[in-house]
Ligand binder design. Structure first.
Ligand SMILES: [Zn+2]
Length: 323
């Protein structure tokens, strides 16, 4: 197995086409998944941590000598309990990490020959591994901005529509707030309101005091000047005044909206944060290669699970998984 593992590291695919060919070989795929799950090469039982086990190579499972239970390369990861092979998982991970506007469950279903509903669940599990695990703090020049996501209300039937129209943003749209360090990382999330009491604690938590903050003239940003160098652009008059603009944040919004309106089309507000996290992952790793982004997600797949129940929550109607 060691030989296989080192071979895996030498021949990492670097393009989508190479990745699909590469992961179509189940043995190679398995070796790759092992190397990602146990990077130090030490295979341990995900249940009890024991290092003594026997490997049943025909079924690619281990039997733990301590807790007497079987485990696979998927146990304790986002892939757990999935009947889909690692070849399909890895191809899907590759696609979603590297397609700039995201990829819909319909496309994945066609690409790897599974049902759209399986693909939908699969993509959400991968998005779980794309969520940033570490706390990010921004400094230097930081743009803050809000945007509205929506327009779905049009296609809804009356009852649902009335409910949405009374919603949170203008015309029932969803509010997304974001902060981006110029040349650095973005932090963005779905908000209930864009009131001062909601926005400012997040700003203070994630932007280092003394940094330059650039924003539009929204009243919620008033008072930041006590802790930051706050410059305001009046969007009613101009888009930029020298260095004072929120164009970096605008760029992120257009990526997010291209994904949401072009690729996913029908996203429930309940799941919106997952799509924001997905886009933030690609943005924050934009300087990496495709292979690096893929490895980043695969390395982040351990210790994370997402069950169907947790994912769909109260939303059990037909509209739940159409994106
Ligand atoms: Zn065990």
């Amino acid at each position: 197995m060691d030989k296989e593992l080192s071979a895996t590291n030498q021949t990492r695919p670097s393009s989508l086409q190479a990745a699909i060919v590469y992961f179509s070989d189940p043995d190679r795929c398995f070796a790759h998944a092992m190397a990602m799950h146990w990077p130090d090469g030490k295979i341990t039982c995900p249940r009890c941590g024991a290092e003594k086990h026997s490997f049943i190579s025909t079924r690619k499972i281990w039997w733990c000598c301590a807790c007497k239970k079987q485990f696979t390369v998927k146990v304790g990861t986002i892939f757990e309990d999935s009947p889909l092979g690692m070849d399909k998982w890895m191809t899907a991970v590759w696609l979603i990490c590297n397609c700039k506007n995201g990829i819909s469950s319909y496309e994945i279903a066609r690409d790897i020959h599974i049902t759209q509903k399986s693909a939908w669940f699969m993509l959400h599990r991968i998005r779980r591994a794309m969520q940033s695990g570490s706390f990010v703090r921004l400094s230097g020049e930081v743009e803050v901005d809000e945007t509205f996501i929506g327009g779905k209300a049009r296609n809804m039937h009356k009852g649902k529509r009335a409910e949405k129209i009374q919603g949170r943003g203008p015309e029932g749209k969803e509010i997304v707030f974001g902060m981006v360090e110029r040349g650095g990382k973005v932090i963005a999330g779905h908000m209930d309101t864009r009131k001062k009491r909601d926005l400012q604690p997040i700003i203070r938590e994630h932007i280092e005091a003394g940094s330059a903050i650039l924003s539009d003239e929204l009243k919620s940003y008033e008072g930041l000047v006590a802790d930051y160098q706050h410059a305001v652009i009046n969007h009613a008059v101009e888009y930029a005044n020298g260095n004072v603009h929120t164009n970096t944040m605008e760029n992120f919004w257009s990526l997010l909206k291209r994904g949401l309106h072009g690729t996913y089309i029908s996203v429930e507000p309940f799941h919106l944060f997952r799509y924001i996290d997905e886009q933030a992952f690609r943005y924050n790793n934009r300087k990496d290669t495709d292979a690096d982004r893929f490895t980043g997600v695969m390395n982040n797949a351990s210790g994370k699970r997402l069950t169907w129940k947790e994912l769909t929550g109260k939303l059990q109607d037909d509209r739940t998984c159409l994106d």
